[in-house]
Design a protein around this ligand. Structure first.
Ligand SMILES: [Mn+2]
Length: 254
């Protein structure tokens, strides 16, 4: 069976010349190791070109990166909001709707979770350290979610909801040790999403579509950095590629 083509969103440099599109190769290696073929998506792809490439893809990974323009969820910009790339936001928000409309398996990582949430009408804490403490239960002090440790080192635990969740079925555990490289997080949940994992401070670390037949899974941590040492991280990429392969085998798309 042919390996499935997995679209991978790319970052765009902000305020540098020359402008560059880029992605951490850890995402690409993780997809390849799971049996998929990563296809880098240019951040300004649109129109017929996007539609043409989209028809070829059997899965989608939304990668980590800079902050989403808070205007996308109706908020003014927080002082800590950084690295906003409107062209990237536009493409990725569009891709979420395409994935939902065409039932293409979607695995969202870090910023990707936030993109899925905003695409479905949710909002974000623009800065966990600055906003979460104020907004949530005053007894809850947020953990350090922007780790200084190496990227492949887990720094906080995550609890996974066991009852009928796709995430628990994939990872086969209800408690995980994860890395953490985000300063934003979900505030209000987007339509149709379900919270399925949390850090001990209550920050949402995993979401999936409540409609369990569709593969839309998002994690706030970075499994692509953990695949060498962590079977749980590999299981997430294996699940995506497996779904993409099943989709490809029954696809009527040309
Ligand atoms: Mn975290």
């Amino acid at each position: 069976m042919k390996p499935p083509l997995i679209g991978v969103s790319t970052s765009i440099t902000v305020d540098t010349s020359p402008e560059r599109a880029y992605v951490n190769t850890a995402y690409l290696s993780a997809i390849q190791a799971a049996g998929g073929i990563p296809v880098l998506l240019p951040p300004r792809l649109d129109g017929d070109a996007l539609a043409t490439l989209w028809r070829r893809l059997e899965g989608l990974v939304l990668t980590g990166g800079g902050d989403i323009d808070p205007a996308r969820f109706g908020e003014a910009r927080h002082a800590a909001t950084d690295d906003v790339a409107p062209a990237r936001d536009a493409l990725e928000l569009d891709l979420v709707h395409r994935a939902l409309a065409d039932d293409v398996p979607l695995f969202a990582i870090c910023r990707g979770v936030q993109v899925v949430n905003v695409a479905l009408g949710g909002s974000l804490y623009q800065d966990i350290a600055g906003e979460y403490r104020d907004a949530a239960d005053a007894k809850r002090t947020p953990l350090r979610h922007s780790q200084a440790e190496p990227r492949d080192q887990p720094t906080h635990p995550v609890k996974v909801l066991g009852e009928g969740t796709r995430l628990a079925a994939i990872v086969g555990a209800l408690e995980l040790a994860v890395n953490s490289m985000h300063h934003q997080a979900i505030k209000t949940l987007g339509r149709g999403l379900r919270e399925v994992a949390w850090a001990p401070d209550g920050i949402i670390e995993g979401v999936e579509l409540a409609d369990g037949d569709r593969f839309v899974v998002g994690v706030q941590w970075h499994p692509e950095e953990l695949v060498a040492r962590d079977p749980v991280a590999r299981s997430l990429f294996a699940a995506l590629v497996g779904e993409a392969r099943r989709r490809a085998s029954r696809s009527t798309r040309v």
